[in-house]
Design a protein around this ligand. Structure first.
Ligand SMILES: Cc1cc2nc3c(=O)[nH]c(=O)nc-3n(C[C@H](O)[C@H](O)[C@H](O)COP(=O)(O)O)c2cc1C
Length: 153
């Protein structure tokens, strides 16, 4: 996938805690499927699974009206979160995927989406294979004090 092909700019950089959280998440994911740190071929193969929807039978393509700009993407973020929680409540597993937005030209052509819509991301979904080791990995959660700056006067 080429980030240049995305309808919205991909992050310019992952810095500080964003870099370390991304690294920790990737390490947890890779180690769940037995890929060791520095195994370039293994991690590339895992990345390529994005384009097989990780074996999921369905995918939703999340798009916004191009005139809405950044705020259209913010609105889609709310929609994505609601989709993930609603699916989870019904026993349906989801994988939000920015990777597919990185091939937006293909997505537009394949699904017949015209240029008035911008591709934000995709959500692959289906009933989970609970025996698959990848479904055993979970990310950590920050404490409230680490994400809220409390103010008082
Ligand atoms: C907007 C968004 C885009 C994501 N894109 C991808 C992706 O392209 N490929 C992938 O393997 N995981 C992707 N993820 C999943 C994360 O890498 C991570 O596995 C997942 O969010 C971890 O669960 P958590 O959100 O409960 O921490 C994405 C997650 C979000 C919220």
């Amino acid at each position: 996938a080429n980030a240049q092909e995305s309808d919205f700019e991909f992050p310019r950089a992952y810095q500080g805690i964003y870099k370390s959280r991304r690294f920790d998440c990737a390490m947890a994911l890779y180690s769940s499927v037995g890929i060791e740190h520095g195994d370039r071929a293994g991690s590339a193969a895992q990345t390529m699974k994005n384009f097989e929807l990780f074996g999921a039978p369905h995918v939703a393509i999340i798009t916004t009206d191009e005139a809405l700009g950044t705020y259209g993407a913010v609105d889609c973020g709310l929609y994505v979160n609601s989709f993930l929680l609603a699916a989870q409540s019904l026993g349906v597993a989801t994988i939000p995927q920015a990777a597919l937005a990185g091939s937006s030209k293909f997505i537009h052509e394949h699904f017949g989406i015209d240029d008035t819509r911008k591709v934000v991301c995709a959500i692959s979904f289906g009933y989970p294979d609970t025996d698959h080791p990848v479904n055993g990995f979970r990310t950590e959660r920050e404490t409230v004090d680490n994400v809220v700056q409390w103010m008082s006067n």
